[in-house]
Design a protein around this ligand. Structure first.
Ligand code: SAH
Length: 212
């Protein structure tokens, strides 16, 4: 974000769409979206729009990243799991707020590209892994926070199981070709509480590994 005007406009758009949490805004000010957007779309990195990335996927709209981050209410000691690394932008923002971020992506190419940016920005508390994130990461569980950035028809069972008691999960739920609902799940001593936050649109959570 070269110019101060660009930065101000970017942050203004976030605020006007309801991103009010101070730590979330600070993290989004610190992490430049530019490096996560490639090719012909680089000059649109600071617009509040989802944009295409490699492997037919998308980098989410900044205000949606902000609202999801805010809903996740990450604390400085938290261990966070993200399913759907994509460009790595959401993981980079979480890295500013959490102790440790694990992010899983089914496309090898996206993981490699995201890792290169994390290295360049010296974001050493992110571990990016290739895999089907709908199974979670049993070896690292339980997680304080889980964020899913692809739409599932239901919150995946293994992810619910890997959330610690008191933990929060944010996940878009619904059919991939329709408007989905962003759901916040809180794990309690006795079960799970579900809260519907807002309509969203994400690429689908798919099984297995991607082609490239
Ligand atoms: N969080 C990303 C946006 C992700 S788009 C960002 O900040 O840019 C959703 C991503 O989820 C896509 O890259 C897609 O390949 C990935 N995805 C879909 N199903 C998955 C699965 N089962 N496991 C891991 N990643 C998955």
């Amino acid at each position: 974000m070269d110019s101060p005007e660009q930065k101000m406009q970017f942050l203004f758009a976030l605020r006007s769409k309801g991103v009010r949490d101070k730590r979330t805004l600070e993290a989004m000010e610190a992490i430049d979206r530019g490096p996560f957007v490639r090719g012909i779309f680089t000059n649109r990195a600071y617009e509040d729009m989802p944009l295409p990335i490699a492997c037919g996927q998308t980098i989410s709209q900044p205000s949606v990243v902000g609202l999801m981050t805010q809903a996740l209410d990450v604390k400085p000691r938290d261990k966070v799991l993200e399913v759907g690394t994509g460009s790595g932008y959401q993981a980079a923002i979480l890295s500013q707020l959490a102790r440790r971020v694990y992010t899983v992506e089914r496309h090898r190419r996206l993981v490699n590209e995201a890792r290169a940016i994390f290295d360049e920005l010296n974001l050493t508390n992110i571990t990016a892994m290739i895999g089907d994130g709908s199974h979670g990461l049993p070896d690292q569980a339980p997680f304080d926070r889980i964020i899913v950035t692809a739409a599932a028809e239901d919150p995946p069972g293994p992810l619910l199981a890997q959330l610690r008691v008191g933990g929060i999960m944010v996940v878009p739920v619904g059919q991939s070709d329709a408007v989905q609902s962003l759901i916040k799940v809180v794990r309690t001593e006795t079960g799970y509480e579900y809260d519907e936050l807002r309509p969203v649109r994400f690429v689908p959570l798919l099984e297995g590994l991607g082609q490239e």
